[in-house]
Structure formats: C-alpha cells, structure tokens
Design a protein around this ligand. Structure first.
Ligand code: CA
Length: 192
C-alpha cells in the first residue's frame, strides 16, 4: 500500500507581535533537500522516494517536497530545531494521499511534530494523519492523532500553535521540558 505526503512550505514561527523569527532552515524547500533536512528510511519491502519539484500543483509558487513509501515501513524527511519555548506557530501547505489498505497492510500519510527535551529524548508527538481505516494508531496523553477531514488528497494550509496544542491535547508532556521540536514528513505503511 502506498502513502504520499507533499509539503510545499513549512514555517515555524514565534507567535505574537514581535518580528517573526523563523526556526526552520529551507522550510520552503527552495534549496535542495540536503539543506536543512535529513532523510531516514526503514524499508523491508517496496520502494521509497524523496522528491523536490515545482510541478506538484502546490498553492504557492516555487518548490515542494514529496515523500513516498510503498509497503513497509516508512520514509521520513525531518528537521530538528532548538526552541526557547513552545509559544510557536507551525504552518504549512500540505497534501496527504494514501492508496489501498487492509488489516495487515495499512498506510498512513502523516506529518509529525515531535517534542523532545534538551538531551533529545522524545516526550511525545502530534501526528496529522490521512489514515487507512485499518490503522491502529491512537491518541494518548503523549500522542495526539489528528485525522484530516479531506480524503481527496487536495492541498490545504495547516496551522497549529504548539503551546495550545500541548496544553489542550498532550497533558502527559510538560511544556517547560520541551527544548527541541522536530517536524517530520512521515510516510508509513505497516505491512508487506
Ligand atoms: Ca516552496
């Protein structure tokens, strides 16, 4: 089964009226993916791809990134930044697509926000997902799964304030301990 994730622009900004400080390097993907981004693959079956192009139909001019994984298990394009606090707003244009799915082979096209302490230990995450109906991912006090409503694979703008997200949906994470944030374009399939 296949899952595809396209993102044209990512911004991680301080909330509030002060001049915006952007944390991400090459968050707009206007430079090659090896500028600022790290790709990771765990593959026991099927193909994967990390692509960058200006022809993905993205709503803003310029380049977008595309992560694809077919069958198990995942392809990930991620960037970790140090943050002074969590009063940050993350926004991006994204497109989530999946194909197929069964109880033993279910895809999820997802965008993860991973919260870590100063030493890099992950404390939990937010997962924006377009999931197969068979997915077993669930929310907990340290995981917030957001299932997007659009199932057509269209582009949409997504925006999330990390302070509000932690306070409202992730009671198991102490916001004061979050010193690193990872954004992760995560193409997943559990099966072969
Ligand atoms: Ca772009």
């Amino acid at each position: 089964m296949q899952r595809v994730l396209l993102v044209s622009a990512l911004c991680l900004l301080f909330a509030g009226p002060a001049a915006a400080d952007e944390f991400l390097i090459n968050g707009s993907f206007e430079q090659p993916l090896d500028v600022g981004w790290t790709d990771t693959v765990e593959s026991s079956a099927g193909t994967f791809a990390f692509e960058r192009a200006d022809t993905f139909g993205q709503p803003t001019p310029g380049y977008a990134a595309k992560v694809t994984k077919y069958l198990a298990r995942y392809a990930s394009l991620r960037q970790t930044v140090d943050v002074p606090n969590v009063d940050l707003t993350l926004s991006f244009d994204g497109r989530f697509k999946i194909a197929g799915g069964s109880s033993t082979c279910w895809p999820v096209a997802s965008f993860w926000i991973r919260y870590a302490d100063a030493s890099g230990v992950e404390l939990g995450n937010t997962r924006i997902c377009r999931s197969s109906m068979y997915s077993t991912w669930t929310s907990s006090d340290t995981v917030h799964k957001i299932e997007i409503s659009d199932t057509t694979g269209a582009w949409h703008n997504y925006s999330i304030n990390l302070k509000e997200e932690l306070a409202t949906n992730l009671p198991g994470i102490n916001p004061d301990n979050v010193k690193k944030v990872t954004v992760d374009l995560f193409a997943y399939d559990n099966g072969t």
